[in-house]
Ligand binder design. Sequence first.
Ligand SMILES: [Zn+2]
Length: 460
Amino acid sequence: MRSPRETSRRDFLKFAGLGGVALGAAATTALGDAPRQAAVNLRAAEAKNVIFMVADGMNIAALSLADAWSRQRYSVSSRWLRLYRERPVVRSLCETHSVTGLVTDSAAAASCWGIGERIVNGVLNITPDGRKPVTLAQKMKAAGKPVGLVTTATATHATPAGFAVTVASRKSQSEVAAQYLERGIDVILGGGADYFSASLIEAYRKVGYAVTTDRTQLLARQGAGPLLGLFSPKYIPYEFDRVRDPALKVKVPSLAEMTQAALDNLATASAGFFLMVEGGRVDHAAHANDALALIHDQLAFDEAIETVLAFADRHPDTLVIITTDHGTGGIQLNGVGDEDFESAPAYAGTNEAFHRLAKFTSTQEAVIARTKGQPKQVQLDALVASTGLEFKAAELAKVTDLKTFQSLLPKQTGINWTSNNHTADLVEFCSFGPGSPLFTPFLRNDEIHAKVLRATGVPG
Ligand SMILES: [Zn+2]
């Protein structure tokens, strides 16, 4: 039961159009959650460091399948799911909408984290009425905390950019690159060298940035100081392809290696730091409906979680957030074998079907890149061969393009997709460390910004 006073306060907030975002503490107390709030107050402002991890475009099945793969292939659960058994984790569901509607893009989603407000898809931190609020990265910097952005997408992609810059269109990646320098983002690691002109790189060097394009150089680097590392003209290759190409493996760092390099760099800051780590290509694999690429990039993200946990163990004043910005593609492993095997239990063929992914020798993107400029049939044959699967001649006769090739796969692997687009799912949001009790079981994406500030005691 709520007291009349609480009810009228709630009605006032509703009438004034103010939700729990701006008035977090008051609104929560009004909902009868006072004991929890007291506990939260005790812990507020205790987090010195924040590590904010984003597996971009990860619906719950992507998390499930990476875990299933890890258990089947390596006999161990994914790091993310082991975390739920081993640590006092706060687990939430997060609603991912934007002003545009139920389905967000990465720019509007990251802007929620950047400024604590929902905006229009495609825009970076400019509100529909034209305001340009100060971004989370700027607030952290003003509080003396250096900021790092690490991603397997372009360093200037919507998700890292959304934490830091104010730009009218996410497509203006060169503008993002220039604004990172203006705003003094301390560590920038990822792909996207194409968006940093020679003169811009020179400007970075001039103010003291170490610039690297090579994995060995990155790993050998010690200590602090501003750092710009660009390891690919556009995106970092999918993890599956990166580790199978000896040249790429030497030259291009994994997400975990970039994360470690960023942590080594930022950890020396006496006032703490803010680090964003993005598995940016989980989303790309989902857009492309490539289950092999998706699972391996999700596992590369998982490896980065391991790196972050090792750091957090040594630095318990670190708030760790692990989440995604939205689902993409609607991947699902569906039961296989219910009608085909009358003598067997329902879905008895599912594991075997899922196992067939292990026969694949390449992501679709890598096959297409490798056969670029060659006749279409050569490309299609190479796609079919890369699966290591047997198809009937009648099935192969129907393959005329990428879509028809992909339509052969669900029957063999059990994996289906709902689209090539982002989805409206509620998503996984997990946090642990100081400040984590601020994250309630249900969150809106535009509530996170204020909670991170509160957890660190950084002014809003
Ligand atoms: Zn996307």
